[in-house]
Design a protein around this ligand. Structure first.
Ligand SMILES: [Fe+2]
Length: 475
């Protein structure tokens, strides 16, 4: 018997019937031989309603995010960072009645240990338990950079690993006063990839906003209309920034799908939103209270989604100026060396559909993170509304879809079969909200990851707001 703990967190206000931006709920389910029998504790219908500032505190690179890791037995199992996000807010921690169930041992202010002002909700966790994350750093004279921090696994001395946290490498910022919004990053066995987008935070506005003119977090965002996207790479083991100027056209980025090395190239797969305008500008309640036709109209003006593969050459020879440096046979992505020593990247399209996003990507993380892989699982957004679950073969572009009318899934979580021989040998879990279903408006869905066919569902007699990120923890 395996125990599953899903801790989904809704983050966009549009789906919350109480019009609160973040609703935190916890769901516990028990599965036997993949056929579900669930038990939802009574507290789950007492979901805490949390305000905008809590949400921002959880996601903003400026917030003081609190991270809880349990060493050594479980840290490597946190294949998504949701625990970090769930536990990142002291207030939400107090309100979440599941803390005992989740066995969160303590809350730690990482900023006290390393030079960062916040970190993302998407750390990478290696199989030995080593945690990597990226955060903004405001140094002397307001010098802004992005630091990669590393938290080692528990050692034999049993001392708190947080005390051994360090900054592995620092990425420079394209603008002295305006750090980019950061949501995730890429990690391979030997390299770290950071994608700096044109969605910028005006630091002067940010630091003065609440106290002086009562602005909110969104008022501090602006777009750099000319910088495009800068991709940065560092040597992970040497902790050395590789000063190679990778550039491409503008997009927003929240989630990396996966990153791996192949014969002198880095393959960087991303869920992008085309253009420099911030996607969040289209997620205001006013956009979402409209009828469906109006919702669609708003979404059509927003940056459009596309899952893309970028290929970054690591060995640069000036003699190749003007040429496409990508020699891998299986990709159409290009990287052209220009005379000013920048390398202009054009992507291979992995998935593209008008107003149809492949987002909230998950992979068989434990076995394939940072390595060549074939399958990604994603939440399908239709004009920003999550209405399906998708599987994508990143090599052939073949897709599989689970979809039912009036059903709104959460991020698909891949759980490998304990004796899996193949990458997609396992199940996909998602919490589905089915508001028209009367007494049982939500359920935990279990799909066969091979073909996204239903294995089982466990219905509950309570309302669960539509949610996004989640996690699986094997017990
Ligand atoms: Fe995220």
């Amino acid at each position: 018997m395996s125990a599953i703990v899903l801790t989904p967190a809704g983050v966009w206000s549009m789906y919350d019937p109480h019009q609160s931006v973040l609703t935190e709920i916890c769901v516990q389910a028990v599965i036997r031989n993949m056929f579900a029998k669930t038990s939802f504790p009574a507290w789950s219908n007492e979901a805490a309603l949390i305000g905008w500032d809590d949400f921002l505190e959880a996601i903003t690179p400026f917030s003081r995010t609190y991270h809880s890791y349990k060493y050594p037995a479980h840290s490597s199992d946190f294949h998504t960072p949701q625990l970090a996000l769930e536990s990142s807010n002291p207030r939400s921690g107090r309100k979440c009645p599941a803390r005992g169930t989740c066995h969160i041992p303590s809350q730690v202010d990482l900023c006290k240990y390393v030079s960062i002002n916040g970190v993302t909700a998407h750390p990478h966790i290696e199989n030995d338990g080593t945690v990597y994350n990226i955060g903004n750093c405001f140094g002397k004279n307001f010098a802004i950079a992005y630091n990669i921090v590393r938290i080692p696994p528990m050692q034999a001395d049993k001392k708190d690993p947080m005390n051994k946290s360090d900054v592995v490498v620092q990425f420079p910022c394209s603008d002295r006063f305006k750090p980019s919004y950061v949501h995730s990053f890429g990690l391979t066995p030997n390299y770290i990839v950071f994608v700096e987008t044109p969605v910028k935070i005006n630091l002067l506005k940010f630091l003065s906003s609440w106290s002086l003119w009562g602005a909110n977090y969104m008022d501090c965002f602006e777009s750099n209309e000319i910088m495009g996207v800068w991709l940065h790479v560092a040597d992970k083991k040497k902790g050395k920034y590789l000063n190679i100027k990778y550039r491409t056209s503008a997009f927003n980025l929240f989630h990396h799908i996966n990153t791996y090395e192949d014969n002198g190239f880095l393959i960087v797969d991303l869920c992008t939103w085309k253009g420099f305008e911030f996607v969040y500008n289209y997620l205001y309640l006013a956009n979402l209270r409209s009828n469906w036709e109006e919702v669609k109209k708003h979404a059509e003006k927003a940056p459009q989604p596309e899952a893309r593969r970028y290929v970054l050459p690591l060995n640069i020879d000036k003699a190749d100026t003007g040429k496409n440096l990508v020699t891998l046979p299986y990709t159409t992505a290009t990287a052209t060396l220009h005379s000013d020593e920048t390398i202009w990247l054009e992507p291979e399209i992995l998935f593209s559909g008008a107003r149809q996003a492949f987002e909230f990507p998950q992979i068989n993380y434990k076995k394939y993170a940072g390595k060549p892989y074939t399958y990604a699982y994603g939440l399908g957004l239709n004009h920003f509304v999550p209405d399906r679950l998708c599987k994508l073969n990143v090599k052939t572009k073949e897709t599989w879809v689970w979809q039912e009318p009036d059903s709104y899934p959460s991020e698909p979580i891949f759980v490998s079969h304990p004796d899996a021989l193949e990458e997609d040998d396992g199940v996909v879990l998602s919490v589905i909200v089915n508001p028209g279903a009367g007494q049982k408006p939500a359920y935990l869905l279990i799909l066969n990851a091979k073909d996204m066919s239903e294995v089982a569902r466990a219905e509950v007699e309570m309302n669960i707001p539509v949610t996004f990120h989640g996690m699986f923890k094997r017990s």
